[in-house]
Design a protein around this ligand. Structure first.
Ligand code: NAP
Length: 257
């Protein structure tokens, strides 16, 4: 017997799949436990997977995640809606391999840390944001523009890709720093291209004025008006993917576009 929870996208196809999977698992003796599950089934897309990860992040030591996509294939999902029977069969008869996925750890001044699976962004869409970028203890650059994005390997295909950042292949545990519409001319310069960094790097953004800027992390955000420093690094906290089968990374990537 296993304790499970389901996080489903709010649409008809996902709700129908949720009912079907829930009934099959309960009939096989599994128990639904929304408070303390061992496995969370995420039905919808990569966005639903992110939502479920944040919902159950406080249980990251005990819970694993499995994604079922109701659209294409996705990066966090291993089954499509047409493979629901196969997914149920695998859940009930196979032992999964667990794969750890890194999270970003973000701290604004001395406030409580927050975590991101895809990326964190500092964004100021109202005015030019000026900020200093430190990498470890070294001053790296002064940036001027809309903001900065730091993504994980998993997040490299999300917002980072829209910024024309590099896609980072699975199992390369790296972080990527990228500008969001930086200003570059004779007076202002910053690197201007994506920077892929080692997993142990710590990036610090500082400014005396973050008025109107936001920290966006995955689908969440918070205002930065009274903040002066934002620190980001890969966290020791990780999430566990329950792998009942392996989908080649190139297959996922090719299904994206
Ligand atoms: P959302 O609707 O949940 O997601 C927006 C799109 O990003 C969806 O198509 C989603 O795929 C896809 N996505 C999410 N994580 C991905 C990943 N790791 N690799 C490839 N595609 C991924 O939007 P949201 O609630 O605002 O934000 C959640 C995430 O969406 C953010 O972390 C950000 O990376 C991404 N996003 C991207 C852009 C952009 O590219 N301009 C803008 C806003 C947000 P599914 O359809 O499978 O759910």
């Amino acid at each position: 017997m296993k304790k499970f929870a389901i996080a489903a996208k709010k649409d008809e196809i996902s709700y129908a799949l949720e009912s079907k999977m829930k009934a099959a698992l309960i009939q096989a003796g599994w128990q639904e436990d929304k408070q303390s599950p061992e496995i969370v089934l995420c039905i919808g897309g990569d966005g639903t997977f992110l939502y479920a990860v944040h919902k159950y992040m406080h249980l990251s030591n005990q819970v694993s995640f499995l994604g079922i996509h109701t659209g294409t294939l996705g990066f966090f999902t291993d089954y499509t809606k047409d493979e629901a029977e196969e997914c149920i069969h695998d859940l009930l008869s196979k032992t999964p391999v667990f794969r750890e996925v890194s999270l970003l750890e973000i701290q604004c001044d001395n406030k409580e840390k927050v975590y991101a699976l895809n990326e964190m962004r500092i964004e100021n869409i109202i005015r030019t944001q000026e900020l200093d970028v430190m990498i470890d203890e070294e001053h790296f650059e002064i940036f001027r523009g809309t903001g900065m994005c730091v993504c994980t390997q998993s997040g490299s295909t999300a917002y980072n890709r829209s910024l024309r950042g590099a896609v980072i292949e699975q199992d390369l545990n790296l972080i990527q720093l990228h500008e969001i519409t930086g200003i570059h001319h004779h007076k202002y310069h910053s690197l201007g291209v994506p920077f892929v960094l080692n997993s142990n790097r710590k990036i610090t953004f500082t400014s005396n004025d973050f008025t109107n800027a936001f920290l966006c992390y995955d689908f969440l955000n918070q205002a930065l008006d009274d903040v002066h420093q934002i620190r980001v690094q890969l966290s020791d906290k990780k999430i566990q993917l329950a792998k009942y089968r392996e989908i080649p990374y190139l297959k996922r990537l090719k299904s994206l576009y």
